[in-house]
Structures are given as C-alpha cells and as structure tokens.
Design a binder for this molecule. Structure first.
Ligand code: ADP
Length: 476
C-alpha cells in the first residue's frame, strides 16, 4: 500500500528556489574562476622554473670541472684560478640583475653534506661585509671559504643537482625578497658531476605580476555574479507578475463561476417546483406516458441542481467564502439517509457492501449539507470506481469527540503519480479520465468542507488493488 496521503492543492510560487539556484551557480562561478586562476599561476611558475633551470644549465657549461677540482681549501683563495672562477660567477650575476646569489658546491662522501667551492662574493672572503644589511658585521655575515661544509638535508632538490638540472619547488622568503633556487651539474670529461652550480633568483617582481593576474579574474567573477543576480531578480519579478496575473484571472473566473451558478440556481429551483406541481396533478391529471417523461425531467433537474450547487461550493471554497452552518444532527439518522442512496447503487453493480456502524451514535454539531456531501461522495466514488462484484466497506467509529469514517474499496485505485493532485479542483486520475464519467469537483469540495469544520481527509491507495479514504471530524 502506498503512503497515507494528505491533499495537495495549487502550490504558491516560491522565490527561494531561484535564490538557491543563484547560490549554486555563484559558488560554481567562484570555484571555477579560482581553479582557473590557480592553473594560470601554476603555468606561470612552471615557465619561470624552466627559465631558471636553463639559466643554471647555461651557467654550468662556463666552468671547467678539472679547474674546479683544483680548488680545495682556503689556500686556493687568491690564486689566479680561483679569481677567474669568481670573476666568471660575477659576470653571470651581472648579466642577470635578478640573480642574487650564484655559487658552486661540491659533493662529499656524505650525501647530506656539500663543500663550498666559490660564489660571486668570494673575491675577498676575509673582508668585513655586512651581508645581511643589518648594520652590524657578525658571524652571520661571514663569507664562505672553499671547503666550508653545507648541510643540505633540508634541501633534497640539491642532491638531484649532481645528476640533472633542478629547481627548488618551494619559494624562499627573506628580508631581501622572494627567491627561487635552481641548480645544474658541472660535468667532467667522463660526464660525471662532482660540482654543481646554484643560482638564487629574486622572483619578487614575478610574484607580484602573478598576484596581479588575480585582478582580472576577480573582476570577471564580480561581473558574472552581478549579471547572475540581476538576471535572477528580473526573472523572479517577471515570474511574480505572471503569477499575480494568473491569480487575478483565476479569481475573476471564480467570481464569474459564483455569479453564474447563483443566477442558475433560482431558475432551476423554479423548474423543480413546476415539475413537482405537474407531478402532483396541479395542472390536471397526467397520462402514464406524460408522468414517465416528467419524472425523468425531475431527475435531470435534480442532477442539474446538484451540479450547480457543486460549482457554487467550488467557487466558495476557492474564494475562501465557504460558510459552515453547524447544527445539531442525529448521526444514526444521517448515515441511514446516506445508505438509502448508496446501497441500491452498490446492489446494481452486485458489489459486497459492508457497513460497520456503532449503535446509538450521538447527536453531533456538524454542517449537515457539507458532511453529507462528503461522505456520500466518498461512498459513491467507491462504488463508481470498483468493478462489478467488488466490495465496498464503510466503518464509522467514535473516538472521544472525533467522528471517524473510513471508506474502503477493492477498486481501480489511484496511480501514484496522480495521488498528490487528487484533491485538486477538477483533477481526475489518468486511469479513469477517459473511461468513467465524472467532473473532479467532489474531492475538492469534500476537502474544503472537512477542513472548514476543523477535520482532516486523507487516503491511501494502490493501483489495481483499491483505495481507502479516512475522514476525521470533531463533532462537539
Ligand atoms: P469524479 O469522481 O467526479 O471524477 P472526484 O473529485 O470525486 O471527481 O474524484 C477525483 C478523482 O479521484 C476521480 O476522478 C478519481 O480519479 C479519483 N478517485 C476518487 N475516489 C476514488 C476511488 N474510490 N477509487 C479510485 N479513484 C478514485
């Protein structure tokens, strides 16, 4: 069996949906733009790394590994060979103003320790130079001398530098700026490298340019977001005015329906009187044939009167003008009257018709016309939508001050996809729309009538197996 359903009428327009979609797209736009920016940044950095590697590689060719192998300790300082090497390092540094440090290091037995060979500042390693520009010359400012040890355990890329050109994947930031280090092996004639050349390049300007690349992306995001917001607002506005327009049309239609059915009600009532007068013989005795014809006229005018009444109820409910007139009514009498109408219909279809009615039901305060219309509609639907020889049951219970009526049938059922709309005005399920007569007013009025009296109406149904409607009404 399907879930027990409560009704669902026409839902009002909910602008929040647009704002959720807007939020989703905004997040998407921001996410995508951030991703694009990061990719661009990565691309710029890769190009920079390639360029630095090639600078280090070109520089490495300038040096002769045999000459370098002769520089081994402090005693090399001041030799013409050493001065030539330092001069060459200086030339390379001068040719590229962004190179801050350029140095040559040598492998040792220990892979984590390298020996210093020379750098561009090594002309006079004993000179007192304020290397870190802090105004004081301390040990920190001391220039390195050939043979000084360098622990490279925190710079794993430098171990690679004896095999191939590498770049430190991390940027170094210090008081002089932002640096990127690249290095390349200096091969001897056997294509083996004992030394490598390293360059530390100041990339502060480059970083600034990369950061600036964020500006067009940010502007793009702002532009897209503004466009999205204004489009959403415009759509919501158009949508709202459309909904307003349709609501107004609907209202006008209901007013018209109400006026027309009011206007129709009076002549139909007169028609019914005249028919009754004719049947009572007030205009003279009728022949058998006349009597038969006029009786079918009476039944047609009764149907017409019911239909007009129903349309009037629909428009009242729609306009929020339903008037409930609660009066004392004897429930035993009430159900007896209804069964008198329904039982013959069930008999005609050879249906099993069971009624569970507690003895001595109390007197209730209910709107008799609407309550009757509701229960009668549920029962006549059960009979109508149940095939011949099927079964229909009505169970009436009293729980405190609540009257509960259950109408169960073994009929065609209501398809799942129609269930949410079944209490809607004029709505008919797809499985009966073209095969069984009906107008789709009954359940709409029943729901309006039950709810206006403070009750509830729900159902559960399974296609091909049957339907059960549950009505609960406060009777005090
Ligand atoms: P009508 O019966 O005139 O079509 P109602 O408003 O009484 O209109 O019912 C609306 C629709 O609900 C019906 O067209 C039918 O599809 C479905 N329905 C109501 N009662 C039953 C039932 N007992 N079994 C199957 N379908 C039902």
């Amino acid at each position: 069996m399907s879930e027990r359903n409560s009704s669902a009428g026409k839902k009002p327009f909910n602008a929040n949906i647009s704002y959720i979609i807007l939020l989703f797209f905004s997040t998407l736009v921001i996410g995508l733009t951030f991703f694009l920016y990061k990719e661009t940044q990565k691309l710029f950095q890769e190009r920079l790394q390639e360029r630095l590697t090639s600078i280090a590689q070109t520089a490495s060719i300038k040096f002769d590994a045999t000459e370098l192998s002769l520089i081994s300790g402090r005693e090399s300082i001041g030799t013409s060979m050493y001065e030539k090497i330092v001069k060459d390092l200086n030339e390379i540094r001068d040719a590229n103003t962004d190179i801050r440090f350029i140095y040559i290091l040598r492998k040792t037995e220990n892979p984590n320790i390298l020996h210093f060979v020379a750098d561009a500042d090594s002309i006079n390693p004993d000179a007192e130079i304020d290397l870190n520009n802090d105004g004081v010359v301390t040990e920190d400012d001391e220039l390195a001398a050939p043979g000084d040890e360098y622990d490279i355990s925190e710079y794993p890329h430098l171990k690679q530098a004896f095999i191939q050109s590498t770049v430190d994947p991390k940027l170094t930031v210090d008081q002089w700026g932002t640096f990127l280090s690249a290095s390349a092996p200096i091969y001897n004639e056997e294509k083996v490298a004992q030394e490598m050349i390293g360059i530390d390049v100041d990339v502060s300007n480059f970083q600034r340019i990369i950061n600036l690349a964020a500006v067009p992306y940010a502007l793009f995001v702002i532009f897209l977001l503004l466009t999205l917001v204004s489009l959403t607002l415009a759509l919501v506005k158009i949508w709202n005015s459309r909904v307003e327009f349709l609501n107004e049309l609907d209202h006008q239609k209901d007013e018209l329906l109400s006026i027309v059915s009011h206007q129709l009600a009076t002549p139909i009532t007169s028609l019914k009187w005249y028919v009754e007068m004719l049947l009572d013989g007030d205009m003279g005795k009728l022949t058998k044939e006349q009597d038969e014809q006029i009786r079918s006229m009476q039944s047609i005018s009764a149907d017409l009167s019911d239909l007009v009444g129903m349309i009037l109820d629909v428009s009242r409910i729609q306009l929020g003008k339903i008037r409930i007139d609660k009066q004392k009514m004897d429930l035993n009498e009430f159900f007896k009257e209804i069964l008198q109408v329904i039982e013959p219909k069930a008999k005609e279809k050879q249906q099993k018709f069971d009624v569970e009615l507690p003895a001595n039901l109390p007197v209730a305060m209910l709107d008799k016309r609407y309550t009757r219309m509701t229960i009668e509609n549920l029962l006549s639907n059960a009979v109508k939508y149940t095939p011949e020889k099927g079964s229909v049951q009505m169970k009436v219970e009293l729980h405190g001050n609540t009257l509960s009526v259950t109408v169960k049938d073994t009929g065609v059922g209501i398809p799942k996809e129609d269930q949410a709309k079944i209490f809607g005005k004029l709505y008919r399920a797809s499985n009966v729309r073209n095969s069984v007569d009906g107008n789709g007013f009954g359940l709409y009025v029943a729901k309006g009538a039950v709810e206006a009296q403070g009750g509830t109406i729900t159902f559960k149904s399974e296609i091909g197996k049957g339907t059960t409607f549950f009505v609960e009404l406060p009777i005090a």
